[in-house]
Design a protein around this ligand. Sequence first.
Ligand code: SF4
Length: 108
Amino acid sequence: MSNTTKDSEAKLQSLPPSAVAFLRSGRQPWMGKASCAGMDPEIFQRPDEVEDASVWPAAAKQHCAGCCVREHCLEYAMKHRDLTGVWGGTTDEERARISSRARRIVSL
Ligand code: SF4
């Protein structure tokens, strides 16, 4: 990855989740109702510091629990596997496990 590409990716990751999604694949109708729009995106991304990681992702998940577009958000994140952090009340690791489980069930 070139430095320019790395810089662009770093800038992209600093934006709110809904803005990143807009730039990557176009604005989705449900994003206008996202309760996280305009929030500090840090809460939805895995922190680097170990002590913060003990709290994450509970705060983000709690916020998602009250979001009226949670199902749309989760569906979107399941389709866009490169998305990191909490989307639709799930972490990227949880979404990967869901996808893996679903693939195993389909292959039975
Ligand atoms: S479910 Fe969570 S990440 Fe998705 S739009 Fe709502 S608050 Fe934002």
